[in-house]
Design a protein around this ligand. Structure first.
Ligand code: GCW
Length: 681
């Protein structure tokens, strides 16, 4: 038996992330049976074989026991004895599995090969615990069908956005200077990491589709197929971002009108060729009529016409179109107070509910504006019962510190997924997309640590895990990540490294929120690159992101009574809660209301004092995080420790800059001094 080339852990100079070879120690030292047929079963076998080669265990494909671990497909006949005993009464689905331990044998049973792969990684997560005592049969199946990462990677280097739009981890792992990167070992290692946290779909190019990227659909399709080949053994399907204007841009047609017969034929033909080349191709991702991207509006058609055109072409192959709801007027006149960007997605899409084909998935950003550290949940999620929805999260930290700041995002995502749009008794966001899709914008690049900031790896891991099981506790997910990533290399003191990482990361999103834009008002970032403070940076621009601060007060009046009426896009009770000054949660107050600086929050503090207090506290917390990290120097790999330390220095600097600019700005506007007499420059 030849042992395949290692993928990932031994990739020269690249950090192993949550799959260091040691994570397989428990499996690699034991006797394992991998039972069943299919490509992914081969992957499972190879993973175990590689671990055994390192740790002295043994793996077989046919019964010749005894075994410590049996990984088997339920379809196999005859089922190995240990597996037959825990065979589930009902099917666990394509990706689900059962894990149990009886009489000294750990068993993973799955209906489909993908389930076996996910079951294997469950055993990896458990480590030695997988082989201790007895374990009653547990059934695991993903809450969402598609757990997808969108890469905003350009094939050509974009003059402003670079190789990866909003990428903070170096170049693309797929593309360099207009061409595919020849060596796909990095992509293979990525696929493996993603499978280990449950991701099963990737789109490989930016939603802003420029000229070269448009050709991925036609004469450059081979480049996409090569990536698909590498992802396939890990159960990951490839999707492609396409331009709505493709029939014109790469098809030579005079129009891209969705109701034009030649346009329809063009999409049908092109899509057929895609499936001839990549039979398990996932589908298209489309950003249309958004921030300058072409769309159906140019032809007087609506977004249902546009999305259905592509969906029709994909339908024979079970492909889907992810149609983004991020549609708004980015050429707004800042003087025009009647236009509210927060309203845009709902205003465009809610009236279309029921008109989309069933292989259209409307992809909705989690908040109504744009991935701010704090936004209410998008009202679109409750407004489209007859449409399949995907919720989109931003794993890449465009507005949350750009992978220079520690900002563990799982607590925010957990809040979003647990939010109940119809009130306490109703379904949660996770239920609305249940069986559907969770999409994240990837934070990965060719950086040796994958994510620029080594601790930002946790966001990628947590995205996958929450997409699989939205009810997981973010701190528990962090523990999983710590155990896999650091336990084997923690210089013997796992508990201390765990404490350090929790101290630095658990509350880091709220810390970030404290020292940046206050009370849900958003932005206040440097226009263009979006890093660091600039309170009025967007105030007089066409982008629709304003705070309206003057000498008396701050915030956006989005009420029905006196404002833009956005609160009316929510069903009760939220339409009432957000409308009411007294009922609105503090953290969203300035998203929904314009209030005087002396307004008293539910917390008892005034708005102005809250601004001062949180900004002083946030900057202090970053200093404390840095102190905790410095103290733990001996516990981590020295180069990783040094990289995080440098980044924490930058975070301290930047948080203080935020603190001082925001505090000074509001002190100068309001003239109200800090109640505690602290220095405001
Ligand atoms: O947040 C904004 C970003 C753009 C991005 C856009 C989108 C890919 O600033 O860089 O474009 O969102 O989501 O389409």
């Amino acid at each position: 038996m030849t042992i395949p080339e290692p993928a990932g852990p031994d990739l020269a100079g690249v950090h192993a992330a949550w799959l260091p070879p040691e994570a397989f120690r428990a499996i690699g030292s034991r006797h394992t049976l991998v039972f069943g047929e299919g490509g992914l079963v081969g992957t499972v076998h190879d993973e175990v074989a590689r671990a055994c080669a390192r740790y002295g265990g043994r793996v077989r494909r046919a019964e010749a026991g005894p075994y410590d671990l049996v990984l088997a497909l339920t379809a196999g006949e005859p089922l190995p004895e240990a597996a037959a005993e825990v065979r589930p009464a009902e099917a666990v689905g394509d990706e689900g599995y059962v894990i149990a331990r009886r009489d000294g044998v750990t068993v993973v049973l799955a209906d489909g090969p993908a389930g076996l792969l996910y079951g294997l990684f469950h055993v990896v997560r458990l480590g030695e615990r997988a082989f201790a005592g007895e374990r009653r049969a547990e059934h695991h199946r993903p809450a969402t069908r598609r757990r997808m990462l969108d890469h905003w990677d350009n094939v050509d280097v974009h003059p402003v956005m670079g190789q990866v739009e909003r990428g903070y981890a170096g170049g693309s792992i797929f593309w360099r200077d207009g061409a595919p990167r020849g060596d796909l070992a990095r992509v293979r290692a990525y696929a493996r990491l993603l499978a280990a946290c449950g991701v099963n779909a990737i789109s490989v190019n930016n939603v802003n589709v420029h000229a070269t990227e448009a050709r991925l659909l036609t004469d450059r399709l081979g480049d996409v197929a090569a990536i698909a080949d590498v992802l396939r053994p890990y159960g990951i399907r490839v999707h492609l971002s396409v331009s709505f204007a493709s029939p014109v841009a790469v098809g030579g047609l005079p129009t891209a009108d969705p109701l034009d017969e030649d346009v329809r034929k063009w999409w049908t033909g092109v899509t057929g060729r895609v499936y001839e080349t990549i039979p398990d191709f996932g589908g298209y991702v489309v950003k249309a009529d958004s921030e300058g991207q072409p769309g159906p509006f140019a032809y007087g058609r609506d977004h249902a016409d546009g999305a259905n055109l592509l969906a029709e072409a994909l339908a024979p192959y079970d492909g889907v179109v992810h149609w983004r709801a991020f549609v708004y007027n980015h050429r707004q006149d800042w003087r025009d107070r009647s236009t509210d960007r927060a309203r845009a997605a709902y205003d465009h899409f809610a009236p279309l509910d029921g008109r989309f084909r069933d292989n259209v998935i409307l992809q909705v950003k989690h908040g109504p504006i744009d991935f701010q550290p704090r936004e209410p949940v998008s009202p679109v999620i409750a407004a489209m019962p007859a449409t399949r929805l995907a919720v989109e999260l931003q794993v890449t930290q465009e507005y949350t510190g750009q992978q220079r700041h520690v900002c563990y995002l799982a607590p925010m995502w957990r809040e979003v997924l647990g939010f109940r749009p119809w009130g306490p008794g109703g379904a949660a966001v996770a239920d609305v997309i249940g069986g559907g899709d969770l999409v994240g914008v990837s934070n990965v690049g060719d950086d040796p640590y994958w994510t620029g900031h080594p601790l930002a790896q946790a966001n990628l891991y947590a995205f996958g895990r929450l997409a699989w099981e939205p009810r997981l506790d973010p701190a528990a997910v962090l523990d999983e990540w710590i155990d896999l990533t650091f336990a084997p290399v923690a210089n013997g003191d796992v508990e201390r490294s765990r404490h350090t990482l929790h101290a630095v990361m658990d509350d880091s999103w709220r810390t970030y929120e404290r020292y940046t834009a206050p009370l849900g008002v958003g932005f206040m970032v440097r226009p263009g690159h979006h890093y660091g403070p600039d309170v009025d940076g967007y105030e007089y621009t066409p982008w629709g992101t304003y705070h309206f601060a003057d000498r008396d007060g701050v915030g956006v009046d989005r009420t029905r009574a006196t404002g833009t009426g956005f609160t009316g896009q929510y069903p009760p009770p939220w339409s009432e809660v957000y409308e009411s000054l007294a009922g609105c949660p503090d953290e969203l107050l300035l998203f929904f209301h314009h209030v005087p600086y002396g307004h008293v929050l539910r917390s008892g503090s005034t708005v102005i004092q809250h601004i001062y207090d949180t900004h002083f506290a946030g900057a202090e917390q970053v200093i404390e995080a840095r102190r905790r990290w410095e103290e733990a120097a001996g516990l981590f790999d020295p180069s990783l420790h040094a990289r995080v330390k440098d980044l924490l220095d930058e975070q301290v600097r930047c948080a203080q800059e935020w603190r001082d600019q925001v505090n000074a700005y509001f002190f100068r506007k309001s003239g109200v001094p800090d109640a505690h007499g602290r220095r405001i420059p």
